[in-house]
Unconditional design. Structure first.
Length: 282
């Protein structure tokens, strides 16, 4: 009965708004009649001077939309897109149980579990005072992903040191873990002295000292809350000693050849001298 009484008041109070593009910015006159794009209703507009607070959440995670009132009264949450009443006081009114109010006076934050891309948009929280007070929250959804600079193929010289950095991109929260895989095997907890994994502010770094031929493989960085990425490591073998490939020192071989050729030249010179002097012997 209480819901049926207050619901028309809530809908009437939220019928003329305008979308703004920055957190805490007021709507100007130019956006009073501007319709929101992406197929949403023209009722997604702000009144002149209204403010909106932006909240960023990752797809698949949870989002908390803030709402704070110091005055006593019943607080309700409404989704602007379809004017759906989500919560009334402490009770979840929507059939979608992902929406839960977290009452902790003076805060009446809305918790959305397992956020989806279609949850993006403007939400309103109201308190039944005279006049009605409201807070506007715009939920933005991001798809976090990981990136290894230099990929997808890297060529590394045998015996050198390798550093692979996995960066989290478009992330709204810290992952609970980041696993590294060499081909299909997770190597975070392997007892390999030459391999170390270091957590960073924006991701994780894999260190390999004195790369071996066996280190050539596909390396995957897999955060708990972001799309994984990979890089293929190609290890280049050290070049063999050219002298060893020819069976010894080139200088020694050349000197030996020269010493063997010298008597042949002397013999031919002697025979030619005898021929021209008429003293050749057969």
């Amino acid at each position: 009965m209480i819901v049926s009484v207050f619901l028309p008041i809530l809908l009437a109070a939220t019928s003329t708004f305008c979308v703004i593009h920055s957190t805490g910015a007021a709507c100007s006159e130019s956006c009073l009649e501007k319709k929101k794009t992406n197929g949403n209703s023209s009722r997604d507009v702000l009144k002149l001077g209204e403010f909106v607070t932006d909240v960023l959440a990752q797809n698949g995670s949870s989002a908390v939309l803030p709402c704070k009132f110091t005055d006593p009264g019943i607080v309700t949450w409404i989704r602007r897109r379809d004017k759906q009443l989500l919560t009334f006081g402490r009770i979840t009114h929507s059939i979608d149980t992902r929406f839960v109010v977290l009452p902790d006076k003076p805060n009446w934050n809305l918790w959305i579990k397992n956020v989806r891309r279609e949850d993006a948009g403007i939400y309103e929280c109201h308190i039944q005072t005279e006049p009605v007070q409201q807070r506007l929250i715009r939920l933005n959804i991001t798809n976090a992903y990981s990136l290894i600079p230099g990929g997808p193929d890297l060529h590394v010289k045998q015996g050198s040191n390798l550093r692979l950095e996995c960066r989290l991109m478009a992330a709204a929260e810290t992952p609970s873990y980041i696993f590294w895989y060499r081909d299909d095997r997770m190597i975070n907890y392997d007892d390999e002295p030459s391999v170390k994994i270091e957590a960073t502010k924006n991701g994780s770094v894999l260190h390999i000292e004195k790369v071996k031929l066996s280190h050539g493989a596909n390396y995957t960085c897999s955060p708990s809350n972001a799309k994984p990425t990979y890089v293929r490591i190609h290890v280049i073998e050290e070049e063999e000693n050219p002298a060893a490939m020819h069976g010894g020192d080139r200088r020694s071989s050349t000197s030996s050849t020269a010493s063997n050729v010298a008597p042949i030249y002397l013999f031919l010179f002697s025979e030619l001298s005898n021929y021209f002097s008429g003293r050749i012997i057969y």
